[in-house]
Design a protein around this ligand. Structure first.
Ligand SMILES: [Zn+2]
Length: 243
């Protein structure tokens, strides 16, 4: 059983037995992994604060054959984001990011882009970037990485460019213009296409002021969240705290 290691983000932990924790982490090499951290609840244990959610760490572990759970032997902090958690809204947002990653990512699949996305999101939040704008950015990218982000620029029926607003299709695979839509429940704002264009080309901003209005961000998030809920077939638990 060789000792393996990987850069990772801690997504969540839960208690097991008397003194142990199960750690769900998102590793750079193998995506989502789960492991036992023995003695992690003992006073003065070797893990210290390295298992706090969303810590960026180097995790050392043993993989057992035919077992889903690895054994976490040690964990060193690369960068912590503890101070972000003091703000309740940021804290819930981080839970939401972690939940989406866990829900959308298959166990033990390498996901480089997602790993870099999460790292840049945390750093942008640390630099006090606009939280709602950054959440919309994260939602757009996690959908894009998973192939669930439809073209929201033109009507899927008549292919006309949508310059004012469109209606999200029932299957969330595109938008209809006002003339073609028969299902008019979920409106997609004109700012959406520009936002997606921008998000594909630019890193998450670190300036406090986003390039679009709060009202537009709200509308964009509503559409992206409708698509997320459709594909997960349920509303993410942590999203309820952000409403
Ligand atoms: Zn049309």
């Amino acid at each position: 059983m060789p000792l393996e290691q990987s850069e990772a983000f801690i997504l969540r932990t839960f208690n097991i037995g008397e003194q142990d924790k199960i750690v769900v982490f998102f590793s750079k090499e193998k995506g989502i992994m789960k492991g036992t951290a023995k003695g992690a609840r003992k006073f003065g244990n070797r893990f210290g604060s390295s298992l706090e959610p969303l810590s960026w760490v180097r995790v050392f572990y043993y993989e057992k054959e035919k077992k889903d759970l690895v054994t976490v032997s040690n964990c060193d902090i690369i960068e912590s984001f503890f101070e972000l958690q003091e703000d309740l809204k940021v804290n819930f947002t981080l839970c939401y990011f972690a939940e989406l990653i866990e829900e959308f990512s298959p166990i033990q699949a390498k996901e480089d882009i997602l790993f870099r996305l999460l790292a840049s999101m945390l750093q942008a939040l640390k630099s006090r970037g606009d939280i709602d704008f950054l959440t919309a950015y994260f939602e757009a990218w996690i959908l894009k990485i998973n192939g669930f982000l439809p073209d929201l620029k033109s009507c899927i029926k008549c292919h006309k460019d949508i310059t004012d607003f469109g209606w999200l299709s029932p299957k969330k695979d595109g938008i209809y213009c006002d003339q073609c839509a028969s299902y008019k429940k979920e409106k997609s704002l004109p700012a959406m296409a520009n936002f997606l264009q921008w998000a594909k080309k630019n890193p998450p901003i670190k300036e406090k002021k986003p390039p679009i209005s709060q009202e537009e961000i709200k509308g964009i998030r509503k559409t992206l969240e409708d698509i997320i809920v459709f594909h997960l077939e349920r509303e993410p638990k942590s999203l309820a705290y952000l409403k």
